[in-house]
Design a protein. Sequence first.
Length: 287
Amino acid sequence: MTGWKRSQELRARSLIFMFVDSHAHLEGERFDADREQVLARARDAGVETIVAIGSGTGPGSLDCAVQLAEMHAQLYATIGIHPHEAKLARESDFQELEQLARRPKVIAVGEIGLDYYYDHSPRDTQRKVFLQQMELAKWAKLPIVIHCRPSEGSEDAWEDCLRWIESHWAASGLGGILHCFTGTLAHLGRALDLGFMISFAGNVTFPKAQAIRDAAKEVPIDRMLIETDAPFLAPVPNRGKRNEPAFVKETARQIAELRGLSTEQVGAETTRNFYKFFSLHETAKPI
């Protein structure tokens, strides 16, 4: 292929693909019947890359996202034990995570963190497993993807999560992503100071989510990512349906309206941020 033809091909491709879904749970049974069609619809909507989150149902399914990513060029993968399943974690699971971290399509450890809203696992166990996975991520030289949900009417999980990141993670310099951000502007400031990327999901479109929209207006555009958290949190106008990566465009549209930009600009900026943060080549398809 001549240099001119190559440049034209890349230019055409950049006009077609302009979105990255930085967080989707594609391994679950809700996608078993039409997973290939879901990925095709994402491509048709301009979603070039999707990060398949590998927490699955906890121990016993820790390789779920890796398996998908190794089958699809469109996907990258994370690995990790969600705070909901922290009580199930055994030493053998951390050994498995160490092995999975070596796989080429794995780009982060997550989603990990603290969930004091449901408390499916005791809080001390959540904190222990969170710390162990931060240590694993340091060893693997991978960034982390954070889940943080406080108890109702409280900031408890945010305070614990950010404090632990400050004391046990920040010095690594590896950074991370606060996925599906729902914190306050104060939490946002601390996270930005820690070098984290801030990711917004479909709930930024919900009528009662003004606090999330306020945060989306404040995040520097070069520190922002967008996601679906599929199959959860389908954005307006698809709220109530199963979410899927093609819908990430609606999140971009809402953020664009908030910031006086075009949907395409938000897509392009967050896509550039994604590739830069993970030191990936935007013009190279995943292996």
